[in-house]
Design a protein around this ligand. Structure first.
Ligand code: SF4
Ligand code: SF4
Ligand code: SF4
Length: 371
């Protein structure tokens, strides 16, 4: 494929296909809280989860197709109101729900569903993108024993799951995490490794091709850049790098602006020219699995600080002069100002306490000579 294929009119031809599971009108997949865990056990090798393997195969197929598929986490918190009416002999004439007995008898499953909701910090019925949901679960639940093997080992009333000590969940959760650079470097060689047994890697060829085309276009052909506000700051954190990074185009874009501070830059929300080669970038959906939520707020926070609208276009030098003038530190944006981590997908960046912005300001990086 030659460089001409970067033409926006033809861009879709080089993309992964879009999934029917995405889109604003897609109805979230409803999954019981503890079945989310059973899906991990199955991915880790369990063939006989108590819920039946068919119960989680559809979920695993959806995760594989689209890592950001919306999931509605269910837990039955309404049956307890009917239980009171059932147990209390003088309840009067009020009817019990038709499916009351099955729901009431499933108290052990209902407890596990609520444990998962508690770990996620959500009310039953909440919807989360699958990637954000599982990364939060993996961060907060080291092993399924504390959910699935808590009762008396001999109890018939609160039976333990026979797989709780088998290590299936832990095999997926504890596989050595790999950096974004490692993921992009290795591609499909990581298939089946930890979380990549549940979520599909981009292929190495796909990412290499994207890197070659997008970096070449930036270096040789682009006379107008399209960059999300957050990445204007990330370029400062990587300003000492001289060689291109395998996982993104931060270095190429910074150098292009250093060479030509008059080049127009349009501030776009969401993924941008930086993202094409990245493993957690889904080209068909134009979404970043790891930052899709938090970087939207950061983009808008930066635009507010710069007093610019999404889609505003400025010469690169003027843009950076404005950044140096109006943003005091990375902590203001990348650490939310208060450093608070409420949940995995709102985490401050590890580099937020760094001084890259101050050093770039002192150097006049890209903005040199701009009044
Ligand atoms: S240990 Fe828990 S999560 Fe795993 S299969 Fe059994 S019930 Fe499901
Ligand atoms: S602190 Fe993190 S998010 Fe912020 S600019 Fe640096 S690399 Fe980007
Ligand atoms: S925003 Fe996401 S997709 Fe883009 S380079 Fe960063 S991690 Fe990769």
């Amino acid at each position: 494929m030659n460089r001409a294929s970067i033409d926006p009119e033809r861009r879709h031809t080089q993309r992964m296909t879009c999934s029917a599971l995405s889109g604003a009108d897609f109805e979230p997949i409803a999954v019981r809280g503890h079945h989310l865990l059973c899906a991990v056990c199955v991915a880790g090798g369990c063939e006989t989860p108590p819920c039946g393997i068919e119960e989680v195969q559809g979920l695993l197929a959806a995760l594989w197709e689209y890592a950001y598929v919306p999931i509605r986490v269910s837990a039955d918190i309404e049956v307890n109101r009917a239980h009171y009416l059932d147990a209390y002999e003088d309840r009067g004439e009020r009817e019990l729900p038709d499916d009351y007995e099955d729901r009431a008898a499933d108290y052990a499953g209902r407890r596990k569903d609520l444990e998962v909701c508690r770990l996620l910090g959500i009310a039953p019925g909440s919807v989360l993108p699958a990637w954000a949901l599982y990364m939060t679960l993996f961060e907060r639940l080291a092993g399924v024993r504390s959910v699935c093997a808590t009762g008396d080992a001999q109890s018939d009333v609160w039976p333990r799951c026979p797989h709780a000590e088998a290590g299936y969940y832990e095999r997926i959760r504890d596989a050595a995490p790999t950096s974004l650079e490692d993921q992009t470097e290795q591609g499909e060689a990581l298939d089946g490794h930890g979380r990549w047994a549940m979520f599909r890697m981009r292929t190495r060829e796909d990412m290499l091709t994207a890197k070659d085309q997008s970096a070449g276009f930036i270096e040789e052909d682009a006379d107008h850049l399209y960059i999300r506000p957050q990445h204007l700051l990330c370029m400062l954190c990587t300003m000492e790098a001289q060689d291109p990074l395998i996982q993104d185009n931060l270095v190429e874009l910074r150098k292009r602006m250093e060479e030509d501070p008059d080049i127009p830059v349009t501030l776009v929300e969401g993924c941008c020219m930086v993202c094409d080669p990245c493993n957690v970038y889904h080209p068909g959906e134009h979404v970043c699995y790891t930052t899709h939520i938090k970087n939207q707020l950061r983009d808008l926070n930066i635009l507010e600080k710069l007093d610019l609208e999404p889609g505003a276009t400025l010469p690169a030098g003027e843009l950076y002069a404005r950044i140096y003038e109006r943003i005091g530190s990375l902590m203001e944006v990348c650490g939310w100002g208060d450093g608070l981590k409420t949940v995995h997908f709102w985490a401050p960046c590890g580099g937020a306490k760094g001084d890259a912005l101050e050093r770039a300001r002192d150097r006049g990086l890209i903005s040199d000579g701009v009044e």
